[in-house]
Write a protein that binds this ligand. Sequence first.
Ligand code: AMP
Ligand code: GLY
Length: 416
Amino acid sequence: MAKVLVIGSGGRCHAIIAGLKKSPLVDEIYAAPGNAGISEIAKLVDIKETDVTNLVKFAKEAQIDLTVVGPEAALSVGVVDEFRANGLKIFGPTKAAAQIESSKEFAKKLMLKYNIPTAKYEAFDNYDEAASYVKSHGAPIVLKYDGLAAGKGVIVAMSENEALAGLKEMLVDNAFGKGRVVIEDYLEGPEFSFMCLVNNDKVYPLELAQDHKRAYDNDLGPNTGGMGAYSPLPFITEEEREYALEHIMKKMAKAMVLEGVPFTGVLYGGLMKTKNGIKVIEFNARFGDPETEVVLPRLESDLYKAFTNVLAGKKPNLVWSEKQAIGIVLASKGYPMKYEKNFLIEGLDMPNVFHMGTKLVDGKYYTNGGRVLICVALGSNLKEANKKANEMVKNIKCDNLFYRTDIGHYAFKNRK
Ligand code: AMP
Ligand code: GLY
């Protein structure tokens, strides 16, 4: 029987652990640092996700058989490199391979070199040169700070003035630190997430999902970490999925092997279906959040075996449920701007409620973050899943939460 450690603390980590919990091969699960909801199904270890030294020490002492990494922050401080150097089995990419997410320019250069479809781009570290490129190109245009900027480093500028103000923020005021900016052509179309389990050039696709970034219904309001997701996607044809798998995901995995930075872990393609075909918006080096929360509950085969098989160079033999999933995020009123915490939450006792930001005090749950919970429902189609997820949300009693009621709306209108 195996002992597993999952690094991370959000809803994604909760969903990974819920998946591992179903495996008859796993008998002990630890989460570092985990969260209040996770404490119901795993043992919490009080070590920060970036405290590599103590994570390695814990994994050795507890004789952990497999570690799975959730957040990018842990990858970018080299948690996988250290675990491997200590002979510990870990599912995730090295620091060098995780650059596919942490460096926009690294990702763009590889896409260009290996002919992976994406928006045309130029990179700059000088404001005057960047500004003259923007003026000659015109708007709309997209600016991406080349580094991790907690999701805030992308500006989709609809006017030239907006682009110039963004450039000033990034290259003159150094709002995210001193760095470079990738400026790319504006693309249009629905976005979707393609996560694959990868080991070198071997690529095994998970089911597709779509995230909802805006805070309010009808995709209005500010950008968030994700207000809900659903899977599968009726508006992506089998041919389009196959194209994305062969010409984007497998091609990138192979490119990374050829470049001497082989990828192991979850390679996440943030893709867009444009009128000129499927294109890459970004790659991530980890499970998506909240996509993972709707994809993993649809996995019928053994998740532990999937990870260990992929690490051993074998097929994971993934089996998916016919059921379709919708997840609705409940967030603190005011999120993603200012919000208050410590509101009592009741009615949580339902399957597939994953905790994102809660705390447990004297046996009761309280809000403890911007995004607080995600309620995931499965149904025979997305409409039914949406109805059920909305019923789950109504069961939850709390005075300070809001949510979107239209998760999945694009799929309802755009069938194959
Ligand atoms: P990223 O962090 O690269 O995923 O960018 C964040 C968001 O900005 C994406 O989810 C898109 O909605 C938008 N975006 C990024 N690049 C482009 C582009 N080239 N054209 C249009 N929108 C984009
Ligand atoms: N849902 C987007 C992400 O995980 O980056």
